[in-house]
Design a protein around this ligand. Structure first.
Ligand SMILES: NC(=O)c1ccc[n+]([C@@H]2O[C@H](COP(=O)([O-])OP(=O)(O)OC[C@H]3O[C@@H](n4cnc5c(N)ncnc54)[C@H](OP(=O)(O)O)[C@@H]3O)[C@@H](O)[C@H]2O)c1
Length: 294
């Protein structure tokens, strides 16, 4: 039995389908089962609740040989560190209680970065908790998700721009979430691995944001440019959207670390995953842009 958290999320939903394609027994932890696709709901066991609730994990983990663990983003949390460590401690205790042998967690690239990196450091703290649980553990270590660009469809379609805080002429490591799910599926379906390790999961490109803009323009058939946003402007934008001081710190530290090369060491050793940025634009961004109404 493989237990999957966040089965309605970008990574979790694809992961569940991949495991079912391989006829694996899957149990999902879900807050609202009506959000699962009908074709999934009828083929999985369902435990309803949030995976930061020990009682929910006590219903989900008996008989589990492997667990997929993802801490949901929560910009309202008092701090990213507190949020991740809370989820991770609940998980580690339940994994130990139920003798789950293998855990695959969604983390970030950049372990060992010497200065605080906000939400990325919070993910590293989660890994430390899960590594101490007694289970074999793989921390999937990713850079920037290509799907983050879907949040900018208004600007991409309206003004023909997208914005990040990183330099336009420096390669930006990226990953398609479907490749994360497929990597997790491979590990969970064949849990013969041992020990605790970070596993860098990176896409095959070495594109700068300016290069990405060119690919987007070609695939969407309209000009799209990259516009760099200063960290201070980004912080002001977050505040205007209601973010508190700690949330602003957690995000700006992470983007500053990204800009200063936090992903580079993992990028140098990662086995590239299949989905390149152009393929992602064709398969995901273009259909989303065509369907998007501002
Ligand atoms: N974006 C990046 O560039 C990047 C890079 C590295 C790592 N990451 C990490 O990737 C993860 C995000 O993965 P994703 O994109 O697959 O997530 P996602 O699509 O945003 O999905 C979030 C999932 O969490 C569930 N959820 C939300 N709040 C919850 C709560 N309080 N309790 C239980 N479940 C809750 C949602 O389910 P319902 O709402 O249906 O209940 C949904 O299934 C985060 O841990 C993030 O730190 C992101």
């Amino acid at each position: 039995m493989i237990v999957v958290t966040t089965p309605t999320g970008q990574i979790g939903s694809r992961l569940v389908r991949r495991l079912l394609d391989q006829d694996r027994e899957v149990r999902v932890i879900v807050r609202d089962a009506s959000r699962l696709d009908d074709s999934v709901r009828e083929r999985v066991e369902t435990v309803v609740g949030s995976h930061d609730d020990p009682a929910v994990l006590d219903r989900a983990l008996p008989g589990a040989e492997a667990l997929f663990w993802l801490v949901p983003p929560n910009p309202q949390a008092p701090s990213a560190q507190a949020h991740y460590v809370h989820f991770a401690r609940v998980a580690a205790a339940a994994v130990a209680r139920h003798g789950v042998g293998h855990v695959v967690g969604v983390s970030s690239a950049g372990h060992g970065w010497p200065v605080p990196a906000g939400v990325l450091s919070a993910a590293f703290a989660m890994d430390a908790e899960l590594s101490a649980s007694g289970a074999a553990y793989r921390a999937l270590s990713m850079p920037f998700y290509m799907e983050n660009l879907l949040r900018q469809l208004d600007a991409i379609r309206g003004q023909g721009v997208f914005s990040l805080t990183c330099a336009g002429d420096r390669p930006l490591a990226s990953i398609a979430t479907r490749d994360i799910a497929d990597t997790a599926a491979g590990l969970l379906a064949q849990p013969s691995w041992t020990g605790q390790e970070n596993l860098p999961v990176f896409g095959p490109d070495r594109l700068t944001p300016d290069d990405m803009a060119e690919v987007i323009s070609q695939e969407l058939g309209r000009p799209v440019a990259y516009r760099r946003m200063g960290i201070d402007d980004y912080a002001a934008l977050l505040r205007s959207q209601g973010a508190g001081d700690q949330a602003v710190k957690d995000l700006t530290e992470a983007f500053a670390a990204q800009d200063h090369g936090i992903y580079d060491a993992d990028w140098a050793t990662a086995e590239p995953t299949p989905t390149d940025f152009r393929t992602w634009c064709r398969d995901v961004l273009k259909p989303a842009a065509d369907a998007h109404t501002p």
